[in-house]
Ligand binder design. Structure first.
Ligand SMILES: Cc1cc2nc3c(=O)[nH]c(=O)nc-3n(C[C@H](O)[C@H](O)[C@H](O)COP(=O)(O)O)c2cc1C
Length: 328
């Protein structure tokens, strides 16, 4: 898939997820097969730019290209400023969030709430595209609600404004995360525009990725929640799309090694204090469905020490690996 000057190694994209897609997680997903990883959102409110959180979010040291940074807001002038600010700090693609349904976001008329106001969408997109040299991409939902699925209109506006790729989550803003994502509106969008369209929503397996690509005709797929605790889903999808076969699930020993590496990168990125805390949710995701996982997670939440977190994690997966060997 091509986005502006960037030829991605494949058409698999890690979805931006605030609080999840930090640099360590993006790098891990790229290593395990994602062609691109969109960084979590940066507010267009410049009052926040000096904060530790925003500074960390804009830290791309050592990250694979292209580095895509998402911005969000409802004021064209502030969005243009945010785009310039991030491009100056190394963003190679600016992604605009019009897909987030969070109340906090929609109350200030940003994220997917903007889909209701097509003239404002146009004003924001024009302002951001004019503000930076780098390609600008857009992430939307299929519409405001089921009676107002205006995704095709918004896609046309986006193309006219110079947006270079469009990710579409197959739900409306009103759907939140309930119900199943649908891909027919994504298909209609794909047919309406010539820019790359990336299908998103409920893609949880390689087979589903293939089915969504076939059904929608989209150029690529974007994976969010299914990559939590399973960053290797990208190589599984890549393999399946290439060969039609399913890669075997990673063994427990490999999962252990991936997780331990992930934890070390989290400590290095956040420092020990915050790193241990951020790591807990990832550890919980990796251990979901594993035998005695609940007791392991409870124990994990009681420790604040890097050494202990590493040791408990190693011991848990070592024991699972032994059981796996015995069963083999
Ligand atoms: C924890 C979490 C945080 C998210 N944060 C963002 C965000 O900052 N920007 C955005 O455009 N979408 C955000 N999303 C939406 C995802 O990018 C994606 O569109 C959605 O989860 C559907 O894809 P999935 O079914 O593969 O998870 C978030 C989703 C989750 C679960």
């Amino acid at each position: 898939m091509q986005i502006g000057p960037y030829a991605l190694k494949n058409n698999l994209v890690l979805a931006p997820m605030a609080g999840v897609t930090d640099r360590p997680f993006r790098q891990l997903c790229r290593e395990l097969g994602a062609g691109m990883a969109v960084s979590e959102m940066v507010s267009s409110n410049s009052l926040l730019w000096g904060s530790e959180k925003t500074r960390r979010r804009a830290d791309h040291a050592g990250e694979d290209e292209p580095r895509s940074v998402q911005i969000m807001g409802a004021d064209p002038r502030l969005m243009a400023e945010a785009a310039r600010h991030n491009a100056a700090r190394g963003a190679q693609i600016i992604d605009i969030n019009m897909g987030c349904p969070a109340k906090k976001v929609c109350n200030v008329q940003a994220g997917s709430a903007l889909l209701r106001d097509e003239p404002l969408v146009k004003a924001i997109l024009e302002a951001v595209v004019a503000a930076v040299e780098v390609p600008v991409t857009l992430k939307i939902r299929t519409g405001w609600d089921r009676d107002n699925r205006n995704g095709v209109n918004v896609a046309r506006i986006a193309e006219q404004c110079g947006i270079q790729a469009l990710a579409v989550h197959g739900r409306t803003r009103a759907d939140g995360y309930s119900g199943d994502a649908e891909y027919d509106t994504i298909k209609a969008i794909k047919q309406a525009v010539a820019i790359p369209v990336i299908a998103n929503g409920d893609i949880t397996t390689p087979e589903k990725a293939r089915a969504v690509l076939e059904r929608s005709g989209a150029d690529g797929v974007m994976i969010g929640r299914a990559a939590q605790g399973r960053p290797w889903i990208f190589r599984e999808i890549e393999h399946h799309l290439r060969t039609g076969e399913r890669l075997p699930e990673p063994g427990v020993a490999e999962i252990r090694d991936i997780l331990l590496g992930h934890l070390r990168n989290l400590y290095a990125f956040y420092g020990d204090y915050a790193g241990v805390r951020v790591a807990r949710k990832h550890i919980a995701w990796y251990s979901k469905g594993q035998r005695d996982g609940a007791a392991f997670r409870a124990r994990m939440n009681q420790t604040d020490s890097v050494e202990e977190q590493l040791a408990i994690t190693r011991a848990f997966f070592d024991r699972l690996a032994e059981q796996e060997e015995l069963a083999a």
